[in-house]
Design a protein around this ligand. Structure first.
Ligand SMILES: [Zn+2]
Length: 268
């Protein structure tokens, strides 16, 4: 009887001990699970960030109460349509992180957009606009890289040439010399600002401000004037839903080709 009692007692003690140990094990497992999850999540975030080596800063020109130029369509319709389509193409590619300067419909100052772009340290900056002219016959594509004298001038000019060439392949008529110009703001004696647009063959360094979105950037930065919103034919080609999609495709190809060629050059 004594022995039996002892045996009956022992397993109970053991069970109790085991039970106690299991309790501690559960807590450790829980802590480990939380830790692993946290580490895994952080790892995933780091992977997600670095697996997308390129940051493209996209600026849909104008917005909010500022509709930009008005013609057959409003300029802002074109800038938002094209940016949205281009962002979609870049995201689907998998190599790009897209930073938009503003949300759709939002009004935002050039200074705030520019500050945001400075913070995100982009690989490329593309600001999308459209032209307008008093002459309804005026049409075509032109783009404005960071001008001579700026530290990012050379690479901006190269990027602009890729963009213009892809737009030409998409059917756009290039204005000026190969569709590339430099833009400045000139202050006259009365304190009035006017735009000075020079051809890309004019490589002298002017002591004028360039377009706000191209300033303070260390990466290639280009502003495009996609087409003339005041020209029916131009809008049909590059201002409608399909037209903006076509332009976005051209910009996407220019971005890919430019970066791929730069990488090839760097490997040499
Ligand atoms: Zn504009």
């Amino acid at each position: 009887m004594k022995g039996k009692n002892w045996r009956e007692y022992q397993p109970q003690r053991r069970r109790k001990k085991k039970h106690g140990r299991r309790k501690g094990g559960m807590l450790t497992k829980l802590i480990m699970a939380v830790l692993l999850f946290t580490l895994g999540y952080a790892g995933f975030q780091i992977y997600f960030h670095y697996s997308k080596p390129y940051v493209v800063a996209l600026d849909p020109g104008h917005g909010g109460i500022d509709s930009g130029a008005v013609g057959v369509i409003q300029e802002v319709e074109l800038t938002e349509r094209t940016s949205a389509k281009l962002a979609e193409l870049l995201k689907a590619d998998g190599r790009f992180r897209v930073v938009l300067s503003r949300d759709e419909g939002e009004d935002k100052s050039i200074t705030d957009r520019n500050k945001l772009f400075q913070r995100v340290k982009p690989t490329l900056v593309l600001s999308i606009h459209a032209n307008s002219g008093e002459d309804p016959a005026a049409l075509g594509f032109e783009c404005y890289p960071s001008p001579p004298g700026k530290e990012n001038h050379e690479e901006s000019l190269a990027f602009a040439q890729y963009i213009a060439s892809e737009m030409e392949a998409a059917g756009a008529r290039l204005r000026g010399t190969y569709g590339v110009r430099f833009g400045y703001y000139v202050l006259d004696e009365d304190g009035e600002t006017s735009k000075l647009l020079v051809d890309s063959t004019d490589t002298q360094i002017y002591d004028y401000d360039t377009f706000g979105m191209l300033k303070n950037m260390t990466c290639p930065a280009v502003l495009v004037e996609q087409c003339f919103v005041t020209n029916q034919e131009d809008v049909e080609e590059f201002g409608t839903d399909e037209g903006c999609a076509k332009a976005a495709q051209a910009y996407y190809q220019a971005i890919c080709k430019y970066l791929e060629d730069m990488e090839k050059d760097a490997e040499k």
